[in-house]
Design a protein. Sequence first.
Length: 449
Amino acid sequence: MSGVGGVELMLRSTRVITPEGTRAATVAVAGGTITAVLAHDAEVPDGARLEDFGDDVLLPGLVDTHVHVNDPGRTEWEGFWTATRAAAAGGITTLVDMPLNSLPPTTTVDNLRTKKDVARPKAHIDIGFWGGALPDNVKDLRPLHDAGVFGFKAFLSPSGVDEFPELDQEQLARSLAEIAGFGGLLIVHAEDPHHLAAAPQKGGRKYTDFLASRPRDAEDTAIEHLIAQARRLDARVHVLHLSSSDALPLIAAAKADGVRLTVETCPHYLTLTAEEVPDGASEFKCCPPIREAANQDLLWQALADGTVDCVVTDHSPSTADLKTDDFATAWGGISGLQLSLSAVWTEARRRGHTLEDVVRWMSTSTARLVGLDDRKGAIAPGLDADFAVLAPDETFTVDPAALQHRNRVTAYAGRTLSGVVKSTWLRGRRIVDRGEFTEPAGRLLSRHP
Ligand SMILES: [Zn+2]
């Protein structure tokens, strides 16, 4: 006989993170969906299996809306197989893939189809796709929206790859008007090209020289322009990977004025500082750059007060040979999928934030950003049974050899982090258990029509 209400699985912990807070509970799952959050000592129905995690924390699987998978085309940098394994090992159950660094980029419906065909058999977790807004693809935006991309990424300064050119202000206005016309979302790499061009470009091994080449005012100005465009068009925009704390007052004021603006930052801006980057250590290079400790303090404050909405990895690897010791020419991008939860939790805790805060920044808010909050981002009835089981007080030292992403370059090597992911669950199925993976069971997700 099957269990009451068809419940197949009961997940029990003394610390379950729910939208109402953390409590001892047992979560009932049927058909891959959470059906109820019950008392800790709830009776296990006939036919249901009980998993008791003791005092380990049961939290909703993370939703990482900023990942560069690079597959197909630059799969020697990263691919769906390795990226989704790294994500699963880190407690992430949904990722949204960026439209660039793969070949083709996700800038037409045909290209989206190509990407999906490649991703489908390799998906250890659920995968959605961003589209790209280029100077010459305005006509492709609506079809991509209808085909289910979650929004459109644009650059305002060179992207790093030739096939994904940036938009000038006029092109940005044209693309944003088109996207606003069908109620879409524009997500923007906001660094102003004129400020970058005016900054000293010394090159070489010194991190301080690299930092001076990507000044805060490049970010601040680009964000100021973006806010003006969003305000004029009543368009929905999202600032990617905010690093400059100088932009926070602008952002807070725009939000207070009702501009439809959201903002993300990344684990590396929150946990690493410019002062500690060794010269020549380009595993720390990303754009915009990791800034000073005082800047980092303000980013944390902005997360706490809601000026910044969410934390995403911006996982953007390359082959190790492109990570040369010259900051000007080395590939820019930090690989953070597998370590993001532990890295953020380690620093969040030190600063007096809770695991509930971390879940809000890395799961609930990101799910909401892409309109998946009716299925992802919380432990509540009706949502997908996606979970991470975390031992928050256990520590580990980052060993690059233990990482699942393709090129084991990491800015976190040797750091001791708190929070060990014990297992990860996707729609009621354990997909990774202490480093052992099941066959891929992820699905490809589309924006809700
Ligand atoms: Zn990125």
